[in-house]
Write a protein that binds this ligand. Structure first.
Ligand SMILES: [Zn+2]
Length: 419
């Protein structure tokens, strides 16, 4: 089972100073900042997924996460060198897609088949996904199919299948060595199976299952089961955007050999509670907002509701308290109290006192050998600024890798590890 990590240019600065909150004066992001595979003890993924919409963006609401400079460098150096996977991590597979979720509410995919293949070729990718259009909706066996939706769903399937045909033609016309992947969409187990069958008829041996993110695990399994009825022995399936490690064994029984997901990383700073992973559990991160970096706090200070000096003192006391607790110099109750005092001052509506106590008492970062936690210590559990939040995200990726291995999937390569 291969795990692909979708890139959105997330890096950390290894020289960032947690106490002064400053980067080195001579920092050059592109040279000095590091990707997950460069700071973790073991590389957490088998492959990277690069989306055209993340690199290039499209339309007025651009989804691009690349600066023009980074984009040009990606094209010039090609992905393997750009991500510094050309020396120790040469076995990493690099896969491209269009990021169909960024244009799901548009009439048609914004990119032509030729443009998409240009992008894959410029980046020098190993695998390339044909441009698809997501079908949103799922009808279980026996449920009525809503008339008002069916024509739109069929239209999207037609676009996807037609693009898949054109994509395959274009790959062979250009004679490029990108492994083409067709995307199966559907609104039911049977329609997913039909898509798989149609793509196989076109000649695809790698098929990505799309639009399954909102589906319940049982619906995914029923669709995979139905597809098993038509799937050829050589056909390999990829699950787009699906994590669900506990279900991987069931997925694998139906031909799934790879998947991708950003959740382990994003939960570090997007989730309400599950911010820090351990092998068997998750912990909430401790929010310590930056007085001079938090928009709502700034507003309150400007409006005279919060005294700026008091806020700065409480913030400092909170940070020092947490560090003293980590060093064994302050009891947990007192460190927690400083967090709560700071919360009071900035007007946090819903305190997480009990969850914070659980996190602090367990000190999960003390037992972690991911390569981040040993160095960052308690800073990794603070919900504060991108340098800490991304480190926690990288840590989660490392734990996620271990969760995959524990579930019996050992395909993650161990070459290229840091020594
Ligand atoms: Zn860790």
């Amino acid at each position: 089972m291969r795990f692909f990590f979708p890139d959105s240019q997330d890096q950390v600065d290894p020289m960032f100073d947690f106490v002064t909150e400053e980067h080195p004066v001579h920092r050059i992001r592109q040279r000095d900042d590091r990707y997950a595979h460069e700071v973790l003890q073991h590389r957490p993924f088998d492959g990277l997924l690069i989306s055209k919409s993340i690199v290039d963006g499209h339309g007025a609401r651009t989804s691009a996460r690349y600066t023009a400079g980074a984009r040009n460098r990606l094209y010039r150096e090609r992905a393997r060198r750009f991500f510094r996977l050309d020396e120790v991590h040469r076995d990493v597979l690099i896969m491209g897609d269009c990021g169909a979720f960024t244009y799901f509410n548009e009439e048609e995919p914004p990119y032509s088949v030729a443009e998409v293949l240009d992008f894959y070729e410029y980046c020098g990718l190993d695998w390339g996904v044909a441009p698809d259009h997501i079908v949103f909706g799922f009808v279980r066996d026996g449920d009525p199919i809503p008339d008002e939706m069916i024509s739109e769903w069929e239209r999207r399937l037609d676009i996807t299948l037609n693009n898949a045909r054109l994509f395959l033609d274009e790959v062979s016309r250009r004679n490029c060595d990108i492994v083409p992947i067709g995307v199966a969409h559907g609104w039911s187990a049977d329609s997913y199976a039909q898509s798989v069958s149609d793509l196989q008829d076109l000649g695809y041996v790698k098929i990505a299952m799309g639009g399954m993110v909102p589906l319940r695990s049982n619906d995914i399994v029923s669709s995979l089961e139905a597809s098993s009825g038509v799937r050829k022995p050589e056909t390999e399936l990829h699950l787009l955007g699906i994590t669900r490690v506990d279900e991987m064994r069931r997925f694998a029984q139906h031909g799934v050999t790879s998947f991708d997901s950003t959740s382990p990383f994003r939960q570090a700073f997007k989730d309400d509670t599950d911010n820090y992973y351990t092998l068997d559990s998750t912990y909430v991160a401790i929010k310590v907002p930056q007085v001079d970096g938090n928009a709502s706090l700034k507003r309150q200070i400007k409006a005279g509701k919060v005294d700026q000096r008091a806020a700065i003192l409480a913030e400092r006391s909170c940070l020092e308290g947490l560090r003293a607790y980590d060093a064994g110099e302050l009891p947990v109750e007192q460190a927690l109290q400083r967090v709560l005092d700071y919360e009071d001052l900035v007007g946090v509506k819903k305190t997480r006192e009990a969850e914070y106590l659980r996190t602090l008492s367990a000190r999960p970062w003390k037992d972690c050998g991911c390569g981040i936690c040993e160095e960052a210590g308690i800073e990794v559990i603070m919900f504060r600024g991108s340098e800490r939040n991304k480190r926690r995200g990288f840590h989660n990726l490392a734990v996620f890798r271990d969760r995959i291995s524990r579930n019996g999937f050992h395909s993650l390569q161990t070459t290229g590890e840091h020594t």
